[in-house]
Design a protein around this ligand. Sequence first.
Ligand code: FAD
Length: 486
Amino acid sequence: MSPTLPPAIVWFRQDLRLADNPALAHAVESGRPVIPLFVLDDLTPGEWKPGGASRWWLHHSLAALRDGLARLGAPLVLRRGPADVVVGKLAAETGAALVTWNRNYDPASIERDSRLKAELQKSSVEAVSCNGNLLNEPWTVLAGAGNPYKVFTPYYKAVLARTKAGEPRPAPDRLAAPAASPESDTLEEWGLLPTKPDWAGGMRAFWKPGEPGALERLERFLSEACEGYAQGRNIPGMDGTSRLSPHLHFGELSPRQVWHAAMGLLARDKRPSCRENVESFLREIIWREFSHGLLYHFPHLPDRPLNPRFEDFPWQPDPKLMAAWKRGRTGYPIVDAGMRQLWETGWMHNRVRMIVGSLLVKHLLQPWQAGERWFWDTLVDADLANNSAGWQWIAGCGADAAPYFRVFNPVLQGEKFDPDGRYVRRWVPELARLPDKYVHAPWTAPPMVLSGAGVVLGKTYPAPVVEHGKGRERALAAFAQVKAGA
Ligand code: FAD
């Protein structure tokens, strides 16, 4: 490393880690002094800026990255503004000869990065983008005739056949910084944390954002994964899933690290049950890849239905119904538990995401984009690809989607996946004293049972916003209009 060479800028984005970071590794291998940079581009107009929960996570993840980089000898530079302009300016200011970053796959990033690459090259600055965020980039896994996959199972098989995640790279031992450090904002002045009011208490108790927390979580999950992920992943009352989603979204660990660690576990533990559980987990990692591929190939995924028949779906937007859903006051305990878990912790169990989503778009006939927006603002793992693919799947208009006419019954879903009511009791404490038999349908409980449990329907807990049978019929009638119009 020569501190006299023109420096390399490593532009961190959704790859807030030191280990297995190809953009960072490329800069280090160039032998140039390294300037690590993060740009907050939240003031220029544009859609899908990070929501409140994501901003909270970002603050803590950047703090961890900043501390890790400082230990290696290269201070993190924080700048705010339109990202491509800021990167170009810093390159000019520092005389950088190289800028590296790991690719994102959403349309706005692709457009901006291509523009920046061209601008940098015009100024004779080398721009190198790498794959740090996916096992396989979207254009490398294609179906017959070079078309993107729209059905998951063949995509899954193709990915299994081709994925060979090699040994992840370790974090560098140290980094050479240029003689003079560029000016930097402080993280605190960005005001990413909520203050008035501070609603993040539940999230602080639940999460440890940043690379060290991500690696701990992976290790802990894999030490237990062999014991029942395949079944446990559907039970929201259990801590049965990895909770790696925000760590993966912010790139605090790479899917390669996850894949490699899971494969290592399979090599050590030959029990068929372990294979079943670990394969079931890797299947979800491949759903993540599938969703990113969908966003890349169908850039309108966050806004418009993949199935154009749904363009004219007769949604019935209703602010009151939206408010009841957001606040966890629909009168369906499993739905309300999920919405309150989301509000408190910034995360919701996958099974419950499907149940709350289904109620919103089917029983309540609210557009899936409205649910998608709420999740965007409240999830710590809010991810443009996974969120929009998830909502389109629920609404029946996405790739490999559940058919619209399959309407979840929220009571049966609760009874099946939360049979002892543990999840509902945890998040809807006003129902905690109801016997198991009624905890998913309090309105069916005899008055004596309700009063014994301290429940007054319509007062301490709402009656259902719509009766299931009626909601289902309305949804099917709306769907019939789409079919008729097709
Ligand atoms: P695990 O079961 O441990 O899975 C491991 C990893 O696989 C996850 O961390 C995630 O990266 C990936 N994964 C799991 N399930 C899916 C899936 N269905 N689609 C794509 N990737 C998946 N996931 C997000 O990361 N961000 C979102 O904004 C998001 N929005 C969603 C919205 C809806 C309506 C639905 C139905 C699902 C959504 N998901 C989203 C997918 C899924 O619910 C979460 O990834 C999962 O609950 C995260 O918990 P976990 O890390 O414990 O998952």
